[in-house]
Design a protein around this ligand. Structure first.
Ligand code: VGL
Ligand code: ZN
Length: 220
C-alpha cells in the first residue's frame, strides 16, 4: 500500500457512531466495537486536523426498533413505506449514556456533529441521507462549503452506518477511504451464505472506495 499524505485543506476524518450503545455492554453491541476508539484517537491526534462525527440519536419507540412491531424480533427485515428495514434492538436513545459520543473519544478536533435517526418514522444509517435515500442531514452542504474533497471514514458499524455513509459520499463526488483497523462490523448473515460485512466491502470496492489502514497515512 502506497502512503497517503493527508491534505489538511481537503481531507476530513469522519467518525461514525462511536457510541457506547454499539459496544460491549451496550444495547446493540458490535463485536470488538470499542477497539475503534484508540485507533480514531491516534488519527485525531496525529493525522487529521479536521473531523466530523455522527451520532445515532433515536427517540424512544423509534420505528426501527423491533419492540415497536408486535410479533417481530430484532434483526428481522420489515417492509417500511421507504423500503426494506432491518429491525434492531432498542438502541441509541436520545439523552441516554449509551447514545453519547464515547467518553474516551478525544473530541478536540471534532468540529461538526451530525445527529441522525431522530425522525420517529424513518431510520438513518448514512451521515448524508436518511434511509429513504432522499432526506438530507445537511452534511453534504457543510463539506462542500468547507471545500472538502476526500473523506476518510472510521467507526461503527462497518456494514451499516459506515457503509451507507461511504456509498452516499461516493454518490456526492467525494473520494472515499475506509480505514479498516478503525471500523468493526455487525455481520448479519446474508441469503447467499456470506455476511453483511463481506457484502458491504465488495460493493464499496466496486464503487471505488479505497480500503486502507491507519498506518498508511502520513499526517503531522
Ligand atoms: C447502526 C444499526 C442501527 C450503525 C445504527 O451505527 O451502524 N446500525 N443503527
Ligand atoms: Zn440506529
Amino acid at each position: 500500500m502506497t502512503r497517503i499524505a493527508v491534505d489538511q485543506n481537503k481531507d476530513m476524518l469522519g467518525v461514525i457512531d462511536v457510541q457506547p450503545t454499539f459496544m460491549e455492554g451496550g444495547e446493540l453491541p458490535v463485536p470488538d466495537g470499542a477497539a475503534v476508539v484508540p485507533v480514531i484517537n491516534r488519527l485525531l491526534h496525529h493525522r487529521f486536523r479536521n473531523a466530523f462525527a455522527t451520532q445515532d440519536w433515536h427517540p424512544p419507540h423509534h420505528s426501527s426498533f423491533a419492540s415497536r412491531h408486535p410479533g417481530r424480533e430484532p434483526y428481522e427485515q420489515l417492509a417500511m413505506p421507504y423500503g426494506p428495514q432491518i429491525l434492531w434492538p432498542d438502541h441509541a436513545i436520545q439523552n441516554t449514556p449509551g447514545a453519547a459520543l464515547h467518553p474516551a473519544l478525544d473530541q478536540h478536533r471534532i468540529e461538526i456533529i451530525i445527529r441522525k435517526g431522530w425522525r420517529p418514522e424513518i431510520d438513518s444509517y448514512s451521515a448524508f441521507l436518511e434511509n429513504d435515500g432522499r432526506t438530507s442531514t445537511g452534511l453534504k452542504g457543510i463539506l462542500r462549503d468547507r471545500s472538502i474533497e476526500r473523506l476518510f471514514l472510521a467507526g461503527l458499524a462497518a456494514d451499516f452506518c459506515v457503509a451507507w455513509s461511504a456509498r452516499h459520499a461516493v454518490e456526492f463526488g467525494f473520494q472515499v477511504f475506509v480505514i479498516l483497523d478503525g471500523v468493526r462490523g455487525i455481520g448479519l448473515p446474508t441469503p447467499d451464505g456470506a455476511d453483511t460485512i463481506i457484502e458491504a466491502h465488495a460493493e464499496l470496492h466496486r464503487l471505488g472506495v479505497r480500503f486502507i489502514r491507519s498506518d498508511d497515512l502520513d499526517g503531522y
